[in-house]
Design a protein around this ligand. Structure first.
Ligand SMILES: [Zn+2]
Length: 363
């Protein structure tokens, strides 16, 4: 009851004395919700008061004060099959929740904010709206396997105890606000800011993963913090028959007895970072990315061995495609005192951090 009184007093103070703050508050709390309820101040103010008064005053003052001047983008929500409009910064906040560990230090979250904003801007400038996987003019979607995952930050308050929820929510908002509008640029071009979970010790050069030309800022770099993650090393086990069937689903031409399949492995070509580029099995050439998919491995950084039982094991290092920023590595760098700029310049070497206003939007 006492808490409720405090809420009411806070509400009245905010409503009567600080109308300007209400505007900021409403906009902050509108992350993810504003696109549905643009002007429902009561809803917005109510949601900002979750806990013992809500978001820090400093955060509110930093606020989403762009208002209508905020750049808006259309986002396609694939599961719901609906396109919604929201500001770029609202979108970035939701991507942080969808893609990043909030236990990391704030500088890692800021690095994620800039990477996600840059990734989005690349889509905006490079035909995201024409992508057939997006609908109704959306420049990007919430399918993590295609673009970037997105979660409404307000669900934090339903998922965590209040104090922890406030900490995480504030962390997201602080990361977004303190990097507002910032993106990465290389030679005047927007950067392709790929990122992934854990590099297993090194990131990967883009040309060794996808059919791509080499890109200066997407080359393999050490990612020493990766080794501290629980996902650094995983082991998958297959019977020879299971192993063969996984591969045959992708390449039906594979014709070798399962008992001979391990011995048939040859010509394993690895990239500079140690990931499998190509491997010949039973006379059929598989790309490392293909093996990762059909064997369900976390990354292409793996070795295969046959153990005494006859089973084939895949020892896998890291998690994700390996191109760009290792999120775990970023977290460790932040914990070691690196700033978000240092993190980004390590994983995307040679880039500049600029305001997105330096890029002309497509008409
Ligand atoms: Zn997409």
């Amino acid at each position: 009851m006492k808490k409720m009184t405090i809420y009411i007093v806070c509400f009245l103070l905010a409503f009567v004395i600080l109308p300007a703050a209400i505007l900021i508050t409403a906009t902050v709390s509108g992350i993810g919700k504003k696109y549905e309820i643009v002007s429902n101040a009561q809803t917005d103010v109510g949601s900002i008061m979750i806990g013992d008064g809500g978001i820090d005053a400093a955060l509110m003052n930093a606020g989403f004060n762009g208002g209508n001047s905020e750049m808006k983008i259309k986002v396609y929500f694939s599961d719901e099959d609906v396109t919604r409009e929201m500001t770029l910064e609202e979108y970035v906040a939701g991507v942080i929740l969808g893609e990043m560990r909030l236990t990391f230090d704030i500088e890692a979250i800021k690095a994620q904010a800039v990477a996600s904003r840059t990734y989005t801007f690349y889509k905006i400038l490079n035909g995201g709206a024409d992508d057939l996987r997006h609908k109704d003019g959306a420049v990007i979607c919430d399918d993590y396997s295609h673009c970037q995952a997105w979660e409404n930050p307000e669900i934090i308050f339903e998922s965590y105890p209040t104090e922890q929820a406030k900490e995480y929510y504030n962390k997201i908002m602080t990361a977004v606000e303190s990097t507002k509008g910032l993106v990465m640029s290389y030679n005047g071009e927007i950067v392709q800011a790929y990122y992934f979970s854990n590099g297993g010790g090194y990131t990967e050069s883009v040309e060794d993963v996808w059919d791509s030309e080499a890109i200066d800022y997407l080359q393999s770099v050490p990612s020493v913090g990766d080794i501290t993650s629980e996902s650094y090393c995983t082991i998958e086990t297959f019977t020879p028959e299971e192993f063969k069937q996984c591969l045959k689903e992708l390449k039906p031409e594979l014709a070798i007895d399962s008992e001979d399949i391990y011995e048939s492995i040859e010509n394993c070509e690895k990239s500079e970072s140690g990931r499998v580029k190509n491997m010949t099995i039973g006379g059929v050439v598989f790309k490392g990315t293909e093996l990762r998919t059909c064997l369900g491995l976390r990354s292409t950084n793996f070795i295969l061995r046959q153990i005494d039982s006859g089973e084939i094991i895949a020892v896998v290092f890291g998690s994700g495609h390996g191109v760009g920023m290792s999120q775990w590595g970023a977290g460790v760098m932040a914990a070691s005192g690196s700033t978000y700029e240092e993190i980004l310049l390590h994983y995307y070497q040679g880039v500049e951090i600029v305001n997105c206003s330096s890029f002309s939007l497509p008409s």
